[in-house]
Design a protein around this ligand. Sequence first.
Ligand SMILES: C[S@@+](CC[C@H](N)C(=O)[O-])C[C@H]1O[C@@H](n2cnc3c(N)ncnc32)[C@H](O)[C@@H]1O
Length: 270
Amino acid sequence: MERRKPPSKPNSGPGARKRKRVKATDIAKTALGEEPEKRTRNKSAPMKGEAAQRQLNVHVKTAKRREYGSTLWLKRQLNDPYVRKAKAEGWRSRAAFKLLELDEKFSLLKPGARVVDLGCAPGGWCQVAVKAVGSRGRVVGIDYLEMPSVQGADVLAMDFLDDAAPERLKELLDGNIDIVLSDMAAPTTGHKSTDHLRIVALAEVALDFAQDVLAPGGAFVCKVFAGGAEGELLKLLKLNFASVKHAKPKASRSDSAEKYVVATGFKGKP
Ligand SMILES: C[S@@+](CC[C@H](N)C(=O)[O-])C[C@H]1O[C@@H](n2cnc3c(N)ncnc32)[C@H](O)[C@@H]1O
């Protein structure tokens, strides 16, 4: 009896076409809000949602001139489902999903709201805020890193710790606001207690500003680390807001000590 040959697997064998490889640096660049290089041959439509996630486990070769730490960072970026999802959905950063989650949980960004975004580059939170508050709302951001403009938001390229920064922000806002967001994070030094002090200092200055500009009933969302808001910061939050909660959005990496403090129901200027 004639034996039938099993059907050959698609894309296998010597004549099979190689699977198109996503260029590692392009995904990383997009995640950082940079434009990937334009290549003419890749005419495929951008991957969406689950399709984007299915392609995980990108291998990154160690390049001679790339340090080991950078290779690890690149590998983590490329295999991170939120980085891929952000690219597929057009968000500037994976951080956008953190604010989306916080907003879903605490109903923070209402249509028509006036929002300040401290440490806004590359712009993911600005995008989320602009979309949520709509054309009647207002979004003003600040970062010392330059970033491409986000339609519907005004961004100040300035260090928030500069003495002149609060006034410059207030000029742009022209009135009280409903929510102060701070995703600010200073570059880490590797020295634990120095890094901790810098993070706490940023959160304290952000809260000081929030208490100055928030309308009664307003909200303050701030990145904090380790045990969350502690000491003087927590004391002030509890004194001046009706509710103080901590949250770690799913999009926040589990190996990161980062979490957010969400204070709502501002009681008015102390
Ligand atoms: C985690 S990123 C923010 C990501 C942003 N939320 C997004 O969705 O794209 C933290 C940002 O805080 C900024 N930052 C840290 N310290 C700052 C300061 N003193 N003044 C202004 N920006 C600061 C950094 O430049 C960085 O862009």
